[in-house]
Design a protein around this ligand. Structure first.
Ligand code: ZN
Length: 416
């Protein structure tokens, strides 16, 4: 069967022939650790340089840098790259944003392979960062390369933005770019962020919950465990505090919204810091944390009010002092409309390439798409993945990486 040069059929064939190259790029990226200074790393500079060379080698030379000064890294700057393929019209631009940084490997004993040496096994690549966010990054790179190689001029500009610092707050990444170049993105642009997804690629994430991380410090009085009456046991107070917060928050905010998965607000006790090293000491200090993901129709101040009430109650009952701080607090951004052009175009692309019906959905939050949505730019988070982000034995399904590249190519071609 003949396929016209530059047709979608030809481009998908071309992408499929690059499977091994895509795997090789994944392996090279994994070997170039890109940890932020918060994680004891040197940032993304070496990785950005590698990607720049790769793109230029493919003839994709329209690359702009929006670097952010950061004296903590050796080069003194964190890289953000925009590579563009000019279309017949510049606007609205179709964007894919991927982040270059990764999180630490964590406990090496939990890994079956070397996290910094991407290993191919049974159709998957294992390694830190191979899914989060190298899969989306590599898919988008090769989709753009396919258009370039085929000599296609897309109907409108296609641009990839490869950012730093996504895992540690985005201050030196997309936040910086949006500030330094306020006109780079326009409200009618189409923005896809391939940084979360589900195994069949049917989830188009258009809405997020509010995020609230609570840091609770309980202060009592440390004494020998045989003489509890001379002290104030912070461990007991902290245990009651955990249970009461759990019950009060989940009981008060039990509303449901079926766009989200899970379809309710969640309030999870998570980290609990070490207190005393020995068994026969009553601890005087406890520190514990809650991760709250709140449906957008619940203002965070209402959550704070419930927390405050429970704290005062536990303080009175157990004679402790409790302080609360928000380690993170982000009110949900306005949702991307399910009728936005980027949602429609991506749904069509997913349907044609993958044969599945894609559905707009909401998730627990924490993706950078919110930064775009707050600026009135509709953004969709989408990818085909098992969602192994930040876990040991993180992997990328090779076929997902290749098929997602075809979806991007579909999107870039502006096929109706
Ligand atoms: Zn990510």
């Amino acid at each position: 069967m003949g396929t016209k040069k530059g047709s979608f059929g030809e481009i998908t064939k071309l992408i499929a022939t690059w499977t091994d190259e895509m795997v090789a790029v994944q392996q090279e990226l994994t070997a170039i650790q890109a940890l932020g200074p918060e994680s004891g790393g040197k940032g993304e500079w070496a990785r950005a340089l590698y990607l720049r060379n790769l793109l230029e080698g493919w003839g994709l030379n329209d690359i702009q840098e929006y670097n952010a000064a950061d004296p903590r890294v050796p080069e003194g700057t964190r890289p953000n790259l925009v590579v563009r393929l000019a279309g017949k019209a510049a606007r609205p631009t179709i964007w894919v944003m991927a982040h270059m940084d990764v999180v630490p490997a964590g406990d090496l004993k939990k890994w079956s392979t070397d996290p910094w040496k991407a290993t191919v096994k049974e159709g998957k690549i294992f390694g830190r960062g191979v899914e989060d966010n190298q899969q989306g990054l590599v898919s988008a790179l090769f989709a753009l390369r396919a258009l370039k190689d085929s000599g296609v001029t897309p109907p409108r500009d296609v641009a990839l933005i490869l950012v730093a610092d996504e895992e540690t707050g985005s201050r030196f990444g997309i936040d910086h770019v949006l500030e330094a170049a306020p006109d780079l993105f326009q409200p009618d642009d189409l923005v896809v962020v391939p940084d979360a997804g589900n195994p069949d690629g049917s989830m188009l994430e258009v809405a997020e919950k509010s995020i609230l991380w609570l840091e609770l410090t309980v202060q009592g009085k440390q004494v020998h465990a045989s003489t509890p009456d001379q002290g104030v046991n912070a461990a007991r107070a902290a245990a009651h505090l955990t249970v009461r917060l759990d019950q009060a928050l989940n009981g008060t905010f039990s509303g449901r919204d079926e766009v989200f998965d899970p379809p309710r607000s969640t309030f999870e006790p998570t980290r609990h810091d070490a207190n005393v090293p020995n068994i026969n000491t009553i601890p005087g200090d406890e520190k514990l944390f809650f991760d709250c993901r709140v449906l957008p129709d619940v203002p965070l101040r209402e959550v704070h009010a419930v927390v405050e009430r429970v704290l005062r109650e536990v303080e009175r009952e157990f004679q402790v002092k409790i302080q609360v701080q928000s380690a993170q607090s982000a009110e949900a951004a306005p949702a991307t409309s399910v009728d936005a052009p980027v949602v429609k175009a991506l749904a069509r692309a997913v349907e044609e390439v993958r044969g599945v019906q894609a559905k707009p959905m909401g998730i627990g939050g924490g993706t950078v798409a919110a930064l775009f949505r707050r600026k009135g730019i509709p953004a969709v988070v989408w990818s085909t993945m098992d969602d192994l982000a930040h876990q040991p034995d993180e992997y990328c399904v090779i076929a997902n990486m290749v098929e997602d590249a075809k979806v991007f190519a579909h999107l870039f071609l502006g096929k109706a």
